[in-house]
Design a binder for this molecule. Structure first.
Ligand code: SF4
Length: 325
């Protein structure tokens, strides 16, 4: 999993693995990136529900710039299996270390919170759990089933890690539980993986997305095809041509929905920001994605994988294809 944030706080205790990195100043944001302060009553209510159930959200862990808007609409993205990741991606603000044991009650707590929030669509993601024999696939499945029991009409989207070395078994476990959207973020261009996502593998990420369609077809032959989705972060050293190439690779692996958003360097110890992509360029990416045949393209400076996720799904399902933000 990968998370981009907008927080310029000291990273020392949170990111011990990044302590050796040289400082890279966090640059001032351009005029077109403006974030509203989270002040609404609905925001406070969403926060209260999340706290009451002892849950982690990627919205908070990542310091996501959209939290005011999303939580006002009660859209919180739940991060299961703890707040500590076994990976240390250069751009991500989730802390790295050895995570604690799984909480067996967590799936029910997520389901209760989803019910109380009254959501029509929920995104469930997780830290990477390379320490677990099944890489956390069983916990994802239990969470999907618990939400389905509590909120049968709620759309369920899973944003999963790459299940390092356990792709097939993990896909079967997660897809047997029948999520509505299967998401794995590709994040960046292949040539940047070593620097940006050192424990990841670009080709395996593409294969995971492609293989998910086949596994779904075998498990659920009577259902419509699985909706798959992926996200790209720009500003981490890629060129415009790289972004287009990643989109082409995603389409070649049958991905239906793509999101493209700006990298916001979390702290001085994170990967330095390489460039600000203009709204005009995001529009061009969107048009290029449309031409490639994606069911939905969300592209814009503050677009995140889970941003207005229900709209992304409906656009892909309904054939209204692309949205720029
Ligand atoms: S974009 Fe996603 S991570 Fe950010 S606040 Fe909205 S739901 Fe949370």
């Amino acid at each position: 999993m990968a998370i981009v944030i907008d927080r310029a706080a000291s990273a020392a205790p949170r990111h011990p693995e990044k302590a050796h990195r040289p400082d890279s100043p966090v640059l001032r944001k351009p005029d077109w990136i403006r974030v509203k302060a989270p002040v609404s009553r609905e925001y406070a209510e969403t926060k209260a529900i999340v706290r009451a159930h002892g849950l982690h959200t990627v919205c908070e862990e990542a310091g996501c710039p959209n939290i005011g808007e999303c939580w006002t609409h009660r859209h919180a993205t739940m991060m299961i299996m703890g707040d500590t990741c076994t990976r240390a991606c250069a751009f991500c603000n989730v802390k790295t270390g050895l995570p604690g044991p799984l909480r067996a009650e967590e799936p029910d707590h997520v389901a209760e919170a989803t019910f109380k929030l009254g959501l029509a669509h929920i995104v469930i993601t997780s830290v990477d759990r390379d320490d677990l024999p099944d890489r956390g696939a069983g916990h994802f499945a239990a969470t999907i089933r618990a939400i389905r029991r509590a909120s049968p009409d709620c759309g369920i989207e899973v944003l999963v890690p790459d299940f390092l070395g356990f792709r097939e078994q993990s896909l079967v476990a997660v897809l047997e539980a029948a999520p509505d959207v299967f998401n794995h973020n590709i994040e960046t261009a292949e040539h940047l993986y070593r620097r940006v996502r050192p424990k990841g593998d670009y080709r395996q990420a593409l294969d995971l997305l492609d293989r998910a369609k086949d596994v779904w077809g075998r498990l659920h032959p009577a259902r419509p095809p699985l909706l798959t989705k992926s996200g790209i972060i720009v500003g981490m050293g890629e060129s415009d041509a790289d972004v287009v190439e990643v989109m082409r690779d995603l389409r070649a692996h049958r991905v239906d929905v793509v999101t493209i958003g700006q990298y916001l360097q979390p702290t001085e110890r994170h990967l330095p920001l390489d460039r600000w992509v203009t709204p005009e360029q995001f529009r061009r990416f969107r048009e290029q994605g449309e031409e490639m045949g994606f069911g939905s393209v969300f592209a814009g400076p503050l677009v995140r994988s889970s941003y207005r996720a229900e709209e992304q799904r409906l656009a892909a399902e309904g054939g209204s294809r692309a949205v720029a933000h």
